[in-house]
Design a protein around this ligand. Structure first.
Ligand SMILES: Nc1ncnc2c1ncn2[C@@H]1O[C@H](COP(=O)(O)OP(=O)(O)O)[C@@H](O)[C@H]1O
Ligand SMILES: [Mg+2]
Length: 242
């Protein structure tokens, strides 16, 4: 049984592609309203875990419960509305900031009001005047903020962030970090954040998961990164030079 405060509960989740195990017996919880940071070497299976969480891929075995309900019991549209997903490359279509922001609703045949658009832009720290500009003219930091704003259009209760600050300069990175913490506090949004920046994982996270080679090798409050119990995790943390 999932406890009441599990936004996502993983029970013995296994996933493989062409006979190769990508995720092996994942057990754990992303707690509701908390920030969980997810770290591990490249190829560990972090992004794949997100795909399963968002319904872009299905587990071979085990259960994933989202808000206490079996993930397969949600209609794909419903799941994607509930679980927002932002990625490093912040893909935009050619067009204006407004058109990109409205995209999740446009795809559902709905409209985004100007007031709502301005509210979202304000929330992520972009000026309303940017609305009519082409996304081609945005800086990396502005694109990432727009990408987050676009994810918020559906008011997701869970937000999955995959390396969203990796290509940003330090100031933009800190800006986006503050924004995510603000969203978490203001709306109680459950945040799961994949990052290769261990400093970020440690300071932003309430909880941290460390994945290595398809397995969840250590999980707990984020200070675990200061003194990991697991030998592999200790080596991973020591090798960090970010
Ligand atoms: N569609 C796919 N087909 C084949 N292999 C894949 C596919 N997606 C991911 N993988 C493999 O799964 C492993 C985990 O990848 P990924 O989840 O992207 O790791 P991470 O995000 O931790 O870097 C890697 O070995 C990768 O090559
Ligand atoms: Mg990845």
């Amino acid at each position: 049984m999932a406890s009441v405060n599990a936004a996502v509960q993983w029970n013995h989740v296994t996933f493989s592609v062409n006979g190769k195990t990508i995720l092996q017996d994942i057990n754990g919880t992303f707690l509701e309203g908390k920030i969980t940071t997810l770290v591990g070497p490249s190829g560990a299976g972090k992004s794949t875990l997100f795909k399963l969480c968002n319904g872009l891929a299905s587990a071979d075995s085990g259960d994933i419960l989202v808000a206490g309900k079996e993930i397969d019991s949600y209609a794909p549209v419903e799941l994607r509305r509930m679980v927002g997903f932002a990625m490093q490359d912040a893909t935009m279509v050619d067009g204006t900031v407004y058109e990109n922001l409205a995209m999740p609703l446009t795809l559902q045949g709905k409209e985004l009001t100007e007031d709502k658009a301005n509210e979202l832009l304000k929330l992520v720290g972009l000026p309303a005047t940017i609305s009519d500009q082409s996304t081609k003219d945005l800086s990396g930091g502005q694109r990432q903020k727009l990408s987050i704003a676009r994810t918020l259009v559906n008011r997701p209760s869970i937000l999955l962030l995959d390396e969203i600050t990796s290509s940003l300069d330090r100031v933009s990175q800190q800006d986006v970090e503050a924004l995510i913490v603000r969203i978490n506090k203001q709306y109680g949004t459950t945040i799961v954040w994949i990052t290769h920046n261990l400093q970020q994982a440690r300071t932003i996270g309430d909880y941290t998961w460390v994945m290595i080679n398809g397995q969840l090798v250590e999980a707990g409050e984020s200070f675990l990164l200061d003194q990991p119990e697991n030998d592999e995790v200790r080596l991973f943390v020591k090798g960090d030079n970010s």
